[in-house]
Design a protein around this ligand. Structure first.
Ligand code: F6P
Ligand code: MN
Length: 355
């Protein structure tokens, strides 16, 4: 009898609970903005307001409408790249699939996905892609439009071993892409990992967004700042036997000071780890066999250097800031040390002294 009474009370409270849940859901559907505001108030514990999507964030930063459009086009393109990564046969370019159809390698496909969107966006002056030999002139003389340099799928060879890859984008106003990275008006990357995240800056701080189940980018963290103090992790590209004396000294310094080695082989995830953990560095230094290192200034280094400086970090080729290098050609390479400010200053000291 007592048991039966408890069961009825339990049943009624469950019913009551789900009724409240239902009412709450109906309420949310009827008054979305009010529901969002309520949710936002719940974020008082942190400083980052929740449920802000990328377009709204850009608008609230008072960005130019065309720049907002451009960044949102790239964010849209990333959805198709995700689909290609998840569903594509991992064939090489020029090979054919089961049905005898020609397949595109993922990096070529990603390039086409982004290029097409940019070409028809109505806001683009010039396009340069790591996958193409020449700059594409869309409306180069128009100073009001934007030029874009991008690496459509950095680290694409890591897809077949299921490691993280990314898209990196650099944006300038007007039709000139051969100018120092300091003149960028915006930079961003998208990381395709266990989750998809997008990190951008228009020169007003660095902000991270996460892709939700509706494939919308919503704000994760605003105004990311690198911490002061010792680097916690380091990601060293290239073979150590090929390092110069200066780089070797720098690595020894890092190890003696407790930095842990964390290298995935993908620039975007390796860099993202440094930025999101707010400590550490990535480097692909000048090698004895490759004095200019490996990474490309326009497509890879300038955008990441812009982001790290916006976050209070630094990026150097060992001698000067990456953002002050004048590019000669679109495929220029440069050595890179990028991350915590103190660590990069130390790298410059070692390279300045020993080369
Ligand atoms: O695009 C170049 C890249 O794939 C980067 O993502 C990565 O940091 C680097 O090459 C890795 O080079 P390596 O294979 O020499 O370590
Ligand atoms: Mn690349």
């Amino acid at each position: 009898m007592i048991f039966c009474g408890y069961s009825i009370i339990f049943y009624m409270s469950v019913k009551f609970g789900s009724l409240c849940g239902l009412l709450k859901m109906r309420f949310c559907f009827k008054l979305p903005t009010q529901a969002i505001l309520q949710e936002e108030n719940m974020s008082d514990a942190g400083n980052t307001p929740l449920h802000i999507d990328l377009r709204r964030h850009l608008r609230e930063q008072d960005e130019n409408r065309d720049l907002i459009r451009l960044i949102c086009e790239i964010a849209e393109a990333s959805k198709y790249i995700i689909n290609a990564i998840n569903t594509g046969d991992l064939g090489m370019a020029g090979t054919s699939n089961l049905y005898g159809e020609e397949q595109l390698a993922l990096d070529v496909l990603s390039d086409r996905i982004i290029t097409k969107r940019l070409m028809y966006s109505g806001v683009v002056a010039c396009i340069a892609s790591e996958e193409r030999d020449d700059i594409m002139d869309v409306d180069a003389k128009n100073d009001q439009k934007y030029s874009v340099a991008f690496d459509p799928l950095d680290g694409s060879s890591l897809v077949d071993v299921n490691l993280a890859v990314g898209t990196i984008v650099s944006i300038y106003q007007g039709g000139n892409l051969l100018q120092p990275g300091r003149n960028q008006v915006a930079a961003l990357y998208i990381l395709y990992g266990p989750r998809t995240t997008l990190v951008y800056s228009t020169g007003k701080g660095v902000h991270e967004f996460g892709m939700n189940s509706l494939m919308e980018y919503t704000l994760n963290a605003e105004n990311i700042r690198m911490n002061d103090g010792k680097a916690k992790v380091y990601s060293p590209g290239g073979q150590r036997s090929q390092y110069s004396a200066g780089t070797e000294k720098f690595v020894q310094y890092l190890e003696e000071n407790g930095a842990k080695l964390r290298y995935s082989g993908g620039f975007v995830p390796d860099f993202n780890q440094v930025l999101i953990k707010r400590s550490g560095l990535f480097m692909y230094p000048h090698l004895k066999s490759a004095p200019d290192g490996k990474l490309r200034l326009l497509y890879e280094l300038n955008p990441m250097a812009f982001l790290i400086e916006q976050a209070g970090g630094a990026a150097s080729n060992g001698l000067k800031s990456i953002l002050d290098i004048q590019p000669e050609e679109i495929d220029d390479r440069a050595p890179v040390f990028i991350g915590s400010r103190d660590a990069i200053a130390m790298a410059e000291r070692c390279i300045g002294e020993l080369g």
